[in-house]
Design a protein around this ligand. Structure first.
Ligand code: GTP
Ligand code: SPV
Ligand code: MN
Length: 574
């Protein structure tokens, strides 16, 4: 790769504190990082990306399997040879005058049977400093690798950051990722979406485990009973917030512990239970909307040793974004470095997909099992999306197959986490649409097959925190109030609370959801939990178009489920 990219020098990173200080100083001198107010935010820096490079680019992300069918209808595909040729030309000489950093890293706790080693070669000092937060990196990874040859080969160059020369290519058969032309998180921190999800899901199918876009949390009752839950919500749909939730006052004594906030690797343990680890070491979280009321644990987590990307800055070197606590400042520097005033500016001061990169060990709610090499046992799996209509606050699948149907048909409104139009409902199965590294129909089949290996499969649920009234206001208050829903989920998973059967699953009966002390009108809760047969009919009919993409490859049982639910509606409406 050195012969290809022709860097001026090669630096092997070791992950030490001294190295961090040296690289931070270099990045500051080069203007890649700006020191923030070190009294308020010790160890914190601001990075402003190229304005054309602020989110994942799904149309430029490719799965390069030998055949197009292996990548499937939901992925962009490029033949491996074509991709290597095309990107090879772009990498040729791309690091002239630059440093190539060699970044060895582990996804997962050191010496966990579930962990994987990667090596990312990059010419971006910003990538190195972010990787150091997001993964266990440096000497520790070389030690983990030993003399094995089994590691992910990652190559990254920012080039001139031109969207015309931007490609993120995955070669699952080669355990290789080539990323060029971007400096943005999900496109370039190759351990995260590229390895842990796209290559990971491919390996998971081959090796019999699951790589998922899921948070993992532990919820502890006042009596000390701990239950672990994994939840898949699409990008910018509430995973980090749910994983760090501080329960509403009504649930004094209940506590949420974070195991992971974005990615779960799950396999069946020796006890026959589904066990999950978080392969990451830090959080790459959405800044807007984060405040001491919505997510106090995140605010504490990002108060030191954090890299901020594309947020606004106050005159005294503090950070700011839309939805932060306190009054809106009169004057700011916006995410592009331009002056911004409260009275005069119409654009947002922080980019809607501005982010923080913070060490997981900063999190006051970090689970003491977050680094357990065996993972935590999962009792419930939750799917959720951002849906203004149709999907109720919570509903439980009748069984595992029905749960896989829930996941396969998940829909959500698009967000700023990916380039493109925001707010359009699209199918985002298992919140994995942009992250599944092989044919999505085979992925559904893999999920269906997993049941055979799990002695006591987790119960499966669907939630929606984002249903709206006709004026566009959220019906459900969300955040810490989501504990009310989680409590029902835990009790259902432990078979000790009632439910009401509907044509599409179990929902709480009146009285099953603890609503005491919730200061919203009863009708509003009713509207958030309502199941409208006409809306569901339209929903199920809209799944057909999505399913048809997969042709015969779609597991038959999923289409049968869809038709059965439609038939149940018709029977009810007679
Ligand atoms: P990625 O990092 O892109 O995968 O996002 P995520 O799924 O971790 O989403 P995150 O928790 O960062 O939340 C995204 C946005 O949704 C933020 O602006 C939150 O404030 C908002 N949000 C999170 N939970 C809730 C909720 O319960 N209700 C409402 N109304 N908004 C929420
Ligand atoms: C997401 O978009 O789901 C993220 C941010 O978690 S990124 O790392 O850019 O993918
Ligand atoms: Mn994510």
């Amino acid at each position: 790769m050195v012969a290809l990219c022709k860097p001026d020098q090669v630096v092997w990173v070791d992950g030490s504190e001294e190295e961090k200080d040296r690289l931070t100083q270099e990045a500051t001198q080069a203007g890649v990082l700006m020191p923030l107010n070190q009294d308020k935010l010790p160890g914190c820096y601001l990075h402003r990306s190229n304005p054309n490079d602020v989110a994942r680019v799904e149309q430029l992300t490719f799965i390069c399997t030998p055949t197009k069918d292996e990548a499937g209808p939901t992925n962009n595909w490029m033949a491996p040879k074509e991709a290597y040729d095309k990107l090879g030309k772009l990498f040729d000489g791309s690091m002239r005058g630059k440093t190539m950093y060699v970044v060895p890293y582990i996804m997962g706790p050191a010496s966990s049977p579930m962990s994987k080693v990667g090596v990312e070669l990059t010419d971006s000092i910003y990538v190195v400093l972010n990787m150091r937060i997001m993964a266990r990196m440096g000497t520790i990874a070389l030690k983990e690798l030993g003399d094995s040859n089994d590691f992910n080969r990652g190559l990254h160059s920012v080039l001139d950051c031109n969207p015309e020369r931007r490609f993120i290519c995955h070669f699952p058969q080669d355990n290789t990722i080539w990323s060029v032309g971007s400096g943005y998180g999900g496109n370039v921190l190759l351990g995260k979406k590229c390895l842990a999800l796209r290559i990971g899901s491919y390996l998971g199918r081959k090796e019999g485990w699951l790589a998922e876009h899921m948070l993992i949390l532990g919820v502890e009752s006042p009596e000390g009973e701990m239950t672990y839950v994994a939840a898949a919500f699409p990008s910018a749909c509430g995973k980090t917030n749910f994983a760090m939730m501080v329960p509403t006052n009504r649930f004094k004594g209940w506590k949420i512990y974070t195991v992971g906030d974005d990615i779960a690797w799950m396999k069946v343990g020796e006890d026959g239970r589904l066990r999950a680890i978080n392969p990451e070491f830090g959080y790459f979280g959405v800044a807007p909307g984060t405040n001491f009321k919505s997510n106090p644990n995140a605010m504490k987590t990002i108060s030191h040793d954090t890299i901020y990307t594309n947020v606004a800055m106050t005159p005294d070197g503090d950070v700011w974004w839309e939805g932060k606590d306190g009054d809106i400042p009169n004057e700011l520097t916006d995410w592009q470095g331009r002056p911004w005033t409260r009275k005069g500016s119409t654009e947002k001061a922080a980019h809607p997909n501005s982010r923080f990169t913070a060490p997981m060990r900063n999190n006051p709610a970090l689970s003491r099992f977050a680094e357990d090499p065996e993972g935590v046992p999962i009792s419930a799996i939750i799917f959720g999306g951002r849906r203004a209509t149709t999907i109720p606050l919570v509903i439980q699948a009748f069984n595992w197959t029905h749960g896989v149907f829930f996941g396969s048909a998940l829909g959500s409104e698009t967000t700023a986490a990916a380039a493109g139009k925001v707010g359009v409902v699209r199918r985002d199965p298992f919140a994995m649409l942009p992250f599944c590294g092989y044919n999505m129909a085979d992925y559904f089949a893999h999920w269906l097959e997993m049941q055979a290996f799990i002695t006591n499969p987790p119960k499966v649920f669907m939630v929606n925190w984002f249903r709206q009234d006709k004026n566009g206001n959220y019906l459900w208050p969300g955040f810490g109030e989501n504990m009310r829903v989680l409590k029902w989920i835990v009790d259902r998973a432990r078979l000790r609370v009632g439910g009401q059967e509907t044509p599409f699953g179990w929902v709480p009966r009146a009285g099953d959801l603890d609503l005491s002390g919730l200061h919203i009108p009863h009708e509003q809760v009713d509207a958030a939990t309502e199941i409208d047969l006409d809306e569901w009919k339209a929903e199920l009919e809209s799944h057909a178009e999505f399913y048809e993409k997969f042709g015969d490859r779609l597991p038959k049982v999923l289409e049968l489920q869809r038709e059965m639910f439609l038939a149940r509606i018709d029977a009810l409406k007679k």
